[in-house]
Ligand binder design. Structure first.
Ligand code: GLA
Length: 386
């Protein structure tokens, strides 16, 4: 387990200087999947797993960065032309540095040591946590403090331009702006967000990492985005004012959905209904109605499986096993899909036996031991004062 104290000690040993330490969390999305890039609503919470970035300014324009987890290092010279899409973790670091410099002013060079407790490949946004922790560190040590929404946008731009992933804004936004004891209802069109209290006494969020990641994920993600854009183009003939699927109401879909080819119609139905469910879950949370929250989680999963077709056998199995456990109020895949994790809402009194049963049954059928975590809603990115 990595902690800021040991990171600080390692930084001192390696660079002979005192660093400042920043952190940014991973996230789990409670509901609102594949809605962000459609201008819709999402409801994630930050989790109690962080990426830490220890940083000290340099007098030149070099960023020397080392990853404790990977035991790898790299160097970026901000005075030299940018490098894109190396296919390694350095793309996130270089991407966020270059975008911040472009958007926010000239950065100082830096020595950076990064270390993370966010599981990678688990759909819990380890990349966003890296971008946001490094982005915060670089802007702070350069004395160019930045509004957190703009920091999130810089992380997203880094993904688009330097990693080649056309992600929405959800992961970076929650990593930057989460609040302990709250889920965040984000309107991904205008980037307005509402902190919705979420600290249930009798229930817990359980995250089950399937430990699989299918290769399809990246290409299918971009295909889904394109399918949503096609749906908007076709529907515009009937609804001239729409810009994104966010603008299509359930009633609109019921009226005009029949004009869409079958696959596009299914994608559209998922997004339209998921937006509606997300607003309904936010309302349920405001009323502490966890039964309703759970019910909508199961519906969300079925829609992602059958209409949006981004689930997989392992995620479906995790949800099915959970659905058969006493005390599970809701379960669904979370994040982009094709592997990664499920998110479950579980009554505390049944917590131990639920974790035990999911773990046992999944391993029995898939021959892989899942990783299972519980997490409260955590704070977004911050500096750690030791
Ligand atoms: C990934 C992306 C997000 C979002 C989800 C699906 O996590 O990074 O922007 O689109 O998939 O909801």
């Amino acid at each position: 387990m990595i902690n800021p104290e040991s990171l600080r000690a390692e930084f001192q040993t390696r660079y002979g200087r005192e660093p400042r330490i920043f952190r940014a969390p991973g996230r789990v999305n409670l509901i609102g999947e594949h809605t962000d890039y459609n201008g819709g609503f999402v409801l994630p919470m930050a989790i109690e797993h962080d990426t830490f970035a220890a940083a000290a300014a340099r007098d030149d324009r070099k960023i020397r960065v080392r990853s404790v987890n990977l035991d790898e290092a790299g160097e970026i010279d901000l005075n030299q032309p940018e490098k894109k899409m190396r296919g390694s973790w350095l793309d996130f670091v270089e991407g966020v540095a270059r975008v911040l410099e472009r958007e926010n002013g000239k950065l100082r060079g830096a020595d950076l040591l990064v270390a993370s407790n966010v599981p990678t490949g688990a759909g819990l946004s380890s990349s966003a946590a890296l971008e946001i922790s490094v982005g915060l560190a670089l802007t702070e040590i350069s004395r160019l403090p930045l509004d957190k929404v703009r920091l999130a946008l810089a992380g997203q731009a880094a993904e688009h331009e330097f990693v080649g992933a056309r992600v929405g804004i959800m992961d970076q936004f929650i990593s930057a702006l989460g609040r302990k004891g709250h889920a965040l209802l984000i309107d991904c069109r205008n980037l307005q967000a509402e902190q919705v209290p979420f600290a249930p006494k009798d229930a817990a969020i359980v995250i089950c990492d399937s430990k699989v990641k299918h290769k399809l994920a990246a290409s299918e993600y971009n295909t889904r985005r394109a399918e949503c854009e096609t749906a908007v183009e076709i529907l515009r003939e009937f609804l001239p004012d729409i810009e994104q699927l966010r603008d299509v109401s359930v009633a609109d879909f019921e009226h005009y959905g029949e004009h869409l080819p079958e696959t596009i119609r299914k994608r559209c139905r998922h997004v339209v209904m998921e937006n509606e469910r997300t607003l309904n879950v936010a309302e349920a949370l405001r009323e502490n109605n966890y039964t309703e929250f759970g019910r909508l989680m199961f519906l969300s999963h079925a829609s992602l499986r059958d209409d949006y077709e981004v689930s997989c056998r392992e995620l479906d199995l995790l949800v099915k096993i959970a659905g058969n456990c006493t005390g599970v109020l809701g379960a669904r895949m979370t994040g982009g899909g094709f592997g990664g994790s499920t998110v479950n809402l579980v009554r505390r009194e049944n917590l131990d036996e639920v974790i035990e049963k999911i773990s046992f049954e999944y391993e029995r059928q898939i021959r892989i031991k899942p990783s299972i975590y519980t997490s409260g809603a955590a704070d977004g990115a911050s500096e750690i004062i030791l």
